[in-house]
Design a protein around this ligand. Structure first.
Ligand code: GLN
Length: 589
């Protein structure tokens, strides 16, 4: 019985069978191929980077690709996770709060993803338990195998149907040997068997150690890690070896010998300056061609078109190299609570890189700890010192009071000294407070998120009546929304004079509409609003070289070949302040 036969057999469910493989409506066995990426030895090696790079190369061949990340944790989504521990929460257009890896996929593939592309154990178990309550298991005791694994397979096949993908990339979180991820590996092993030969390839990402004391590469941990995967019944087709330096022939031979993987598919994925170089490394090693061959896939586009995509991408990678070697440097200060972990600001860092490459300048990030700063006149010197040598500043999204007075002080300085400013979500709200306090004569302006008060002006507040209009279950405003742009403003100009522009949101608080008139009469322009409600979404200050804020997160939709305009504006005006000439690079043209 081969995989195809099995598939048709298990598709007929009855209470007699040991199989449990729910098939989503419209699923065509044999149509979709699967690339399953698992990690061994340790996590954090860049499974998402490898997977998205290979997916990009397949997409360049005209194939439709769709990734899915399988998270082991029991949370339903990433919304409640602390970015300090888990990296930023990446919000998709449909409002799903996901792991930062989804950001890597969206940027690499230049494609919006949906909640279908993100699964957690919490989601899987919810479905199992709901189905059990509905009596969906035909009198059976509900077990890890086949029921929980069956639910995982169903999720993957649903994605295949809805995305119409030629190739689904399944990235399993964590590493082989984690309890919480083992059932995902088992589910994918079953799926690979059911789908039959040439339907699936497994990629094992592993780590080749290079202890400084020994001065040579060691493959033992990698061998043991892959062995563990093989014990689970999985034969990898490709092994991607992470290492600080190119993995030697000898070490690759050893790994090949112990794992039944030919040398051509033992790939050295050594450190490089930018993750955007990985597609080049994969292509050079011929790995994408190998993957396509193993999966018996035909390209869907002509070679000239593929080549054009490739040239564009290389142009971008070249651009990164050029700016990294360039002395045209612009320093952007980012204030933030999570200054210790760059992962919590991954999208902002990437968006700055995209804009920097576009203008041919190297963006140097300076982290500014604002916890010891505030806006009292006595502290003005400290603020000026903290911002010395900074050509532009970002106050990013955030929750909570820590450092907020210091952020307001930095914004005050930026506004009065013509320092380019971009306020993102929380940074938008803080800019409104600063302006209300120091320009509109409302010294008691505050945000009710940060302080509970009976006096003063809650200029930033939670507005339940607006939430009701929005009809949201929870009280967080989440996901992509169109923003109505005010003609004649900088934002309108920046977004190509379109009537609306779409960005992604994740916030609870906003400007209380009762203060809009006061703020506007003192010179703040709200250049972007929600189309049918008085929710302010973009602000700007005419007369300032660049002072802009948005209640949205523009960083989430910046792409290498399509930098986000608000970041482009910040980088361009900051370069002007730095006296650095900007050149528009021919990337993406
Ligand atoms: N804490 C603020 C709010 O909930 C800002 C949120 C954010 O920056 N993402 O409105």
């Amino acid at each position: 019985m081969d995989g195809q036969e099995l598939l048709s057999r298990v598709a007929r469910q009855s209470d007699e069978t040991e199989f449990y493989t729910p098939m989503p409506a419209g699923y065509k066995p044999g149509k979709t191929r699967y690339v399953i990426v698992v990690g061994t030895v340790m996590s954090g090696l860049g499974k998402g980077i490898f997977s998205s790079s290979l997916a990009k190369l397949m997409q360049d061949r005209g194939l439709v690709v769709s990734p899915i990340k399988l998270e082991g944790y029991l949370n339903i989504d990433s919304g409640t996770l602390n970015p300090f521990r888990h990296g930023e929460v990446f919000v998709l257009d449909d409002g799903m709060e996901t792991d930062m890896d989804l950001g890597t996929y969206e940027r690499m593939l230049d494609k919006n993803l949906t909640r279908d592309n993100f699964a957690t154990s919490g989601q899987i178990f919810t479905r199992v338990l709901e189905r059990e309550r509905r009596g969906g298991y035909l009198g059976r005791d509900v077990q890890w195998i086949p029921h929980v694994t069956g639910e995982v397979k169903a999720r993957i096949r649903e994605l295949a149907v809805r995305s119409g993908a030629d190739v689904v990339f399944v990235e399993i979180g964590g590493t082989v040997g984690d309890y919480e991820n083992s059932y995902y590996i088992e589910a994918m092993r079953e799926l690979a068997f059911e789908e039959g030969p040439n339907s699936t390839i497994w990629v094992a990402l592993t780590y080749v150690m290079q202890p400084p004391a020994l001065g040579e590469q060691k493959s033992k941990a990698a061998q043991l890690g892959i062995k563990r995967l093989m014990e689970a019944g999985v034969q990898p087709a490709v092994i991607a070896c992470r290492c600080e330096t190119p993995v030697t022939e000898k070490v690759r031979e050893k790994i090949s010998l112990y794992t039944n993987v030919p040398m051509a598919r033992v790939f050295s994925m050594h450190d490089c300056k930018s993750i955007y170089e990985i597609p080049q490394m994969i292509r050079k090693a011929g790995l994408d061609a190998e993957a396509v061959r193993l999966l018996e896939l035909e390209p869907r586009t002509d070679a000239a078109k593929s080549e054009r995509f490739w040239t564009q991408w290389q142009g971008y990678v070249e651009g990164i190299r050029n700016v990294n070697e360039s002395d045209r440097e612009v320093v952007i200060g980012i204030t933030g609570k999570y200054t210790a972990l760059r992962d919590s600001y991954a999208s902002i860092i990437k968006a700055l890189e995209h804009a920097g490459v576009h203008y041919g300048v190297r963006v140097e990030i300076r982290w500014i700890d604002t916890s010891d700063l505030d806006d009292t006149p006595g502290k003005a010197k400290d603020v000026a010192r903290a911002l010395e040598g900074v050509h532009g500043i970002i106050v990013p999204g955030g929750f909570g009071a820590r450092g907020s007075e210091g952020k307001i002080a930095c914004i005050h300085y930026a506004r009065e000294n013509g320092l380019p400013y971009l306020g993102i979500c929380f940074g938008f709200q803080m800019a409104v407070l600063e302006f209300a306090r120091n320009v509109c004569g409302l010294p008691g302006a505050y945000s009710s998120e940060l302080e509970k008060r009976v006096d003063g002006d809650a200029v930033i507040d939670i507005l339940p009546e607006q939430k009701r209009i929005e009809g949201l279950g929870g009280n967080m405003r989440l996901g992509g929304r169109d923003i109505e742009l005010k003609p004649g403003t900088m934002a309108h100009e920046m977004f190509g004079r379109q009537a609306t522009f779409r960005m992604r949101f994740r916030h609870r608080y906003e400007v209380d509409p009762r203060y809009i008139e006061t703020l506007e009469s003192h010179g703040m322009v709200f250049s972007g609003k929600a189309p049918d409600q008085p929710i302010m979404q973009i602000l700007e200050l005419p007369g300032h070289p660049y002072f802009i804020g948005t209640q949205a997160h523009p960083c989430l939709t910046s792409r290498p070949l399509r930098p986000q305009p608000m970041f482009m504006g910040l980088v361009r005006t900051s370069a002007e302040r730095a006296g650095v000439p900007v050149a528009e690079q021919a990337v993406g043209s």
